[in-house]
Design a protein around this ligand. Structure first.
Ligand code: ZN
Length: 326
């Protein structure tokens, strides 16, 4: 509101400036009250800014595990989160490529906000892209950009940074970017390698008594930028008794905010990063995914099929949910 008045004053005649100032003087109390409420307003999630992040990620090209594009993306997101005030740690591991027998270096990124808070929530997304668009009817060995599938979760987390930094206690948040969710070249290649590794490390540390904090719960964001966004509830997340309340809370928040892209009905069963987090790490984790995406695993998973509005719908719901946790 204040920005708007300043712009008006700049653009308009001196008479206009004068009258604005006079109005401000006359309504001094009101003006101060309004300024106070604006200053206290917590940061909002901007779909437009999130989409800018998505564009920057897309500009890096394909980002499969171990590729130069992935290395560039890693630099980009680490710099972004560090500049916003997070602790970023790199959890390195290796897998052997089944085609070549060569080791492929992998890294999960753990982005910690308020590390002193011991009651923590995990927000995760995979940040690798599939090596090939193998569902593409024309060019299944072509270029896979993975803007929605791989880019969108990262773009939401990048935009959430400031708001989560300013999140009042007691909940601490970790963003975890998982490598190798789909380092899949042959039909029987395993999925979710990064989240498996992360969950095993976490479970082992909990058992050894060396884990300094516990995750109360987690949410995975995957394929959330589709311009025709429709997020049905994922079947594992609805069926597990410890994740069902997370689903109810998230979709409840969406209903309250009037975010119609969250459809309060179960539809698909998806083997995503939430499965190892819950089954191995024992972190109740829900998957937020729009699985109705015609461009899924094709060369057409590009920016033009994604939208800022969709990113904003998801970011707003997740942020409001975080703010409501007690
Ligand atoms: Zn995928």
């Amino acid at each position: 509101m204040i920005d708007h008045a300043v712009n008006l004053a700049r653009a308009d005649s001196p008479f206009r400036v004068d009258s604005l100032l006079r109005a401000a003087a006359w309504t001094g109390c009101l003006w101060i009250a309004a300024a106070g409420s604006i200053a206290d307003e917590p940061p909002a999630f901007s779909g437009a800014r999130s989409f800018k992040h998505l564009e920057a990620i897309a500009a890096l090209g394909p980002r499969p595990s171990g590729s130069p594009g992935m290395a560039k993306q890693r630099e980009l997101v680490i710099a972004h989160f560090q500049a916003a005030g997070a602790n970023v740690s790199r959890q390195a591991f290796q897998i052997r490529d089944r085609r070549t027998g060569q080791p492929v270096p992998m890294e999960n990124l753990i982005v910690e906000w308020h590390p002193e808070r011991t009651d923590r929530v995990l927000l995760g997304a995979h940040y690798d892209t599939r090596p090939f668009p193998d569902r593409d009817p024309v060019d299944p060995r072509g270029v896979f950009l993975g803007v929605n599938d791989g880019g969108s979760g990262v773009a939401v987390l990048m935009e959430l940074a400031t708001a989560v930094r300013d999140l009042p206690g007691p909940i601490g948040v970790d963003f975890v970017l998982f490598d190798a969710e789909e380092y899949v070249v042959a039909p029987r290649d395993p999925y979710c390698l990064g989240s498996n590794f992360f969950a095993r490390q976490y479970a082992a540390a909990c058992q050894a008594g060396t884990q300094p904090h516990r995750y109360r719960c987690g949410v995975i964001l995957d394929m959330v930028a589709d311009r025709d966004l429709e997020i049905f509830q994922e079947q594992h997340s609805v069926g597990w008794p410890d994740t069902r309340p997370i689903v109810d809370d998230l979709w409840g928040v969406a209903a309250r905010l009037g975010v119609r892209q969250f459809v309060p009905r179960p539809k698909y069963t998806v083997e995503d990063d939430h499965v190892p987090l819950r089954m191995i790490g024992r972190i109740p984790t829900c998957d937020v995914i729009d699985f109705d995406y015609p461009q899924w695993h094709t060369t057409a998973d590009t920016l033009e099929h994604c939208s800022a509005e969709s990113l904003e719908a998801v970011g707003r719901v997740v942020l409001e949910w975080l703010r409501g946790l007690e």
